[in-house]
Design a protein around this ligand. Structure first.
Ligand SMILES: [Zn+2]
Length: 139
């Protein structure tokens, strides 16, 4: 992590200049997403404490299958929101530290179009796929 080499590599690509210009807007967007996810999580966890009120099942949610389905939906939503929040925090941290726009695993440049569409991206496509286990050799 040498700051001067980072600065010079920034100047090598038009894409990097775009990134520097767009960084404040991307940061705003990420902070909006973070607020949304934190609110969503707080909401989900509050419902969790109340037990069964997520989709208005009321007393019938004490029924085994319905309660189990409800718990599964909620668990999926909570884990999805947590994962999204972690991605957002990671991207924001990399904006502060200077690694934003580069893969955090292999340091390859992440295409501008990808960052513009999904500002939380911190892995290149290859590393993303291997992180998801898509490239696994089995079956
Ligand atoms: Zn990579």
């Amino acid at each position: 992590m040498v700051q001067s080499s980072l600065a010079s590599s920034r100047r090598q690509h038009a894409g990097a200049r775009w990134l520097v210009r767009q960084l404040p807007a991307l940061r705003d967007e990420l902070e909006r997403q973070r607020d949304f996810r934190e609110e969503q999580l707080a909401h989900l966890l509050a419902h969790d404490e109340n037990g069964t009120s997520l989709i208005g099942y009321g007393p019938r949610a004490t029924d085994g299958d319905a309660a189990r389905a409800l718990r599964e939906v909620r668990a999926l939503l909570v884990s999805g929101a947590r994962r999204a929040l972690a991605d957002i925090e990671l991207a924001l941290a990399r904006m502060s530290e200077g690694g934003y726009g580069r893969c955090r695993a292999c340091d390859a440049g992440i295409p501008i179009a990808v960052l513009a569409a999904i500002p939380t991206t911190t892995l290149c496509r290859v590393c993303q796929l291997s992180a998801e286990g898509v490239t696994s050799t089995g079956s």
